[in-house]
Design a protein around this ligand. Structure first.
Ligand code: SF4
Length: 98
């Protein structure tokens, strides 16, 4: 579904925003978020991933691949409350991707 919107889009509300583990060594991992629609890119074109603790800050004016998860504004509010404040290191088992 392609969505046209006015106002700010929060990637955390988009079905393409995925939580993924990133190796931290010794069987541990960080949590990262990626856009599986390929919209987050570094200057040279490779994929950019962001720290999970920053996901609520990922917003853009418009996106032709945005697909609302239908969670409503309370989702973002709850997410901001529950997000870790720093880039934490986790131990296995790895989390289930959403
Ligand atoms: S598709 Fe667009 S709105 Fe969705 S996560 Fe990617 S950049 Fe954000």
């Amino acid at each position: 579904m392609e969505a046209e919107r006015t106002g700010r889009i929060y990637c955390a509300n988009c079905i393409h925003c995925k939580l993924v583990p990133a190796p931290a060594g010794a069987g541990r991992y960080y949590l990262r978020v990626r856009c599986d629609a390929g919209k987050w890119r570094k200057k040279l074109g490779e994929e950019k991933q962001y720290k999970y603790c920053t996901v609520a800050r990922r917003s853009i004016d418009e996106c032709d691949r945005y697909e609302d998860m239908g969670d409503g504004p309370e989702f973002l509010r709850d997410l901001r409350v529950t997000l870790p404040a720093i880039d934490e290191v986790y131990s296995s088992p790895e989390p289930v991707s959403r």
